[in-house]
Design a protein around this ligand. Structure first.
Ligand code: SF4
Length: 371
């Protein structure tokens, strides 16, 4: 049996639950990270791709037990950015070399919200053209997804949060609005209808085991995803899960687990795009550099105007950088150069995994869950 990488003890066939769990549970070492970097270099190159993040609206119909934006949190000042402000920040980001933008919001499939997103996409397509638009706005019906894709969206990030149905149910209310099956099906629809499809999980939730995280990796491999955004769990005082904060793993361990998850996913799906998330940067001042050095290749500088940014609090203590975009991009460039990486300005950074997937017959992608 050939090894996937000769200097690493993981073979493609050995991506089994117990082996992955053992690697996740191991003490810190650099072997895993150097193998991940080798996989990155061979499949995606060592460039770092930027996505300008626009936190369009913090209104959400859902009540996820870990999220500060949950519908039942009365202390959130709710906002939706007007069209003109959204297009102004996108235009500004474009003028500085950004070629991919993420439109993020709570889950709100009402007509007004979808019309606004469609208008933004149509404008972006007509005015800028050569950009990749990413949506991250929860579960939407297929016809709405089709409409947004037609308007100019290319990528969709829908985090599964956990691949275990039971564990997912622990952190979401038990009702039709929070159906695990619906989330899986939406993910499968995205993948099958030509979206660059991304998902991700929360790492370090109370009671989570390395076996569950190993299952999460296997889930993403089996779903054959193109992109991943996963990061450490951070608690928020205005959520039901706050009462379990004493049982959460120490920050250092959550960071280490997150880095191991990034590295293992890089080896398992080498040509995917993987983000060094804001949550990782919030928990560790060196989180950006560490995430990239573990195998990530995407960073999302936040373009949300200051007036809204502090109200988009999924978790407590989110890093809020008040730098101008020019200073922020300059700093990112310096940080990347310091670890031997280069920011790829003017490049939308499509995941090679998607390009190959579109050029080959679609392998059967099952909707799976560890029910
Ligand atoms: S995690 Fe997303 S869907 Fe859930 S409450 Fe927060 S913003 Fe809404």
């Amino acid at each position: 049996m050939d090894r996937l990488y000769p200097d690493f003890s993981v073979t493609e066939e050995s991506f089994d639950r117990e082996h992955l769990a053992a690697l996740l549970g191991g003490s810190s070492d650099t072997d895993l990270f150097s193998v991940a970097n080798k996989a990155l270099g061979e499949n995606m190159g060592m460039g770092v791709y930027l996505r300008g993040l626009v936190e369009l609206s913090n209104v959400c119909r859902k009540n996820c037990l870990y999220c500060g934006l949950r519908r039942s949190n009365p202390s959130v000042r709710r906002y939706t950015m007007p069209f003109d402000e959204v297009t102004a920040v996108i235009r500004y980001g474009y003028s500085r070399g950004l070629r991919s933008f993420v439109i993020q919001s709570g889950e709100l499939p009402d007509r007004e919200h979808i019309d606004l997103v469609e208008r933004i996409l149509t404008w972006t397509n007509a005015e800028l053209g050569d950009v990749r638009m990413v949506l991250s706005m929860g579960e939407l019906p297929r016809q709405v997804l089709d409409r947004l894709k037609k308007a100019g969206a290319h990528r969709y990030l829908l985090r599964i949060e956990s691949s275990s149905h039971d564990f997912y149910s622990r952190f979401h209310p038990s009702n039709d609005l929070h159906s695990y099956r619906d989330r899986l099906n939406t993910l499968a629809i995205l993948r099958e209808t030509g979206w660059q499809t991304g998902t991700g999980v929360l790492i370090g939730l109370p009671g989570q085991t390395v076996q569950q995280l190993a299952d999460d990796l296997l889930f993403m491999k089996k779903m054959d995803i193109d992109m991943c955004g996963m990061g450490p769990y951070l608690s928020h005082r205005d959520t039901p899960l706050w009462k379990e904060r004493e049982t959460v793993l120490p920050a250092e361990r959550r960071v280490d687990l997150s880095l191991r998850m990034i590295a293992l996913l890089r080896v398992m799906i080498p040509s995917s795009n993987i983000a060094a998330t804001t949550a990782l940067q919030t928990l560790d001042p060196q989180g950006l550099e560490k995430g990239l050095s573990a195998g990530a290749n995407v960073v999302m500088p936040n373009l949300t105007p200051e007036a809204y940014r502090k109200d988009y609090n999924l978790y407590q203590g989110k890093v809020i950088v008040d730098d101008s975009l020019d200073s922020l991009l300059e700093r990112l460039s310096v940080q990347c150069n310091a670890i031997g990486r280069k920011v790829m300005m003017g490049n939308p950074g499509d995941p090679q995994h998607f390009v190959r997937r579109m050029n080959t017959p679609d392998p059967e992608c099952e909707v799976i869950g560890n029910d």
